[in-house]
Structures are given as C-alpha cells and as structure tokens.
Ligand binder design. Sequence first.
Ligand code: FES
Length: 62
Amino acid sequence: MFACICHRVRERDVRDAIRCGARSEEAVGDACGAGTGCGSCLDRIADLIEEETADTPLSAVA
Ligand code: FES
C-alpha cells in the first residue's frame, strides 16, 4: 500500500524512515521523498510518526 502516491512510497518505507530517526514530515520527506509532492499524504505520514513513536522514547532510538 502506498502512503505517498506522488512518489510511490510504500507505507512500510515510511515506517522504516521513521524507525531510522525521521521524526517530522520534513525528515520523512528527506529520507524517502514521501510528502514532498502535493502534500495530501502529510496527515497520513504524521499518523505513522505518531504510531511508530508512541511507545518508543526518543532516547531509545538514538
Ligand atoms: S501523495 Fe504524497 S506528496 Fe502527494
């Protein structure tokens, strides 16, 4: 399933970017390109960031 249609970025690739440290829509865009086109997927990316970071303290990621 694509999280970002414009750049054909899959949801799992967005999740990977977040797990590798992307903590904002902009950082996800830098990592994989998602959200850097029309912007309509930014809410979904924000949701994925929230999901992926919900039970992971930032200190545990670094
Ligand atoms: S669908 Fe992601 S930028 Fe357009």
